[in-house]
Design a protein around this ligand. Structure first.
Ligand code: SAM
Length: 123
């Protein structure tokens, strides 16, 4: 009992350093279906998107492919560096930045849309 109470969880950065991204439970190489439906229903295909807590960056990438300007942010420098290398050269309309969403450096009202898939529910 005491052991489980005192269990130390890895930080997000340690997690991304040590685990295989494609095996993470939230990994989804396709755009989230709820978001896809919403974009279609509202006929949205341009504007500036924030994908907060972007993690593997797959959602940000899919949004960029659709034509949005996208910033994917995450608290983990490790995953952001990986995403920069993997994706920023492929699309001119995507950027990845380190940002702690609880103390965010983003300017107010900068984004047209903000997407959160699995970040806020961890708090
Ligand atoms: C469950 S994962 C979801 C990743 C991604 N949204 C997806 O759908 O594949 C939660 C993400 O939130 C990030 N995160 C946790 N706390 C954060 C914070 N305070 N600011 C920014 N990102 C954070 C983690 O590093 C992790 O990548």
């Amino acid at each position: 009992m005491t052991e489980s109470i005192n269990r130390k969880l890895p930080t997000w950065d340690e997690y991304y350093k040590n685990e295989k991204i494609e095996k993470m439970p939230w990994y989804n190489e396709n755009l989230d279906l709820d978001l896809e439906d919403e974009l279609n229903a509202m006929h949205l295909n341009n504007g500036i998107f924030l994908d907060l807590g972007t993690g593997p960056g797959t959602q940000a990438m899919e949004l960029a492919k659709k034509g949005f300007d996208v910033i994917g942010s995450d608290i983990s420098g490790t995953v952001i560096e990986r995403n920069k290398i993997m994706y920023e050269n492929q699309y001119h309309n995507i950027k990845f930045v380190v940002d702690n969403i609880l103390y965010s450096d983003f300017k107010e009202n900068y984004f047209d849309y903000i997407f959160d898939r699995g970040c806020f529910h961890v708090f």
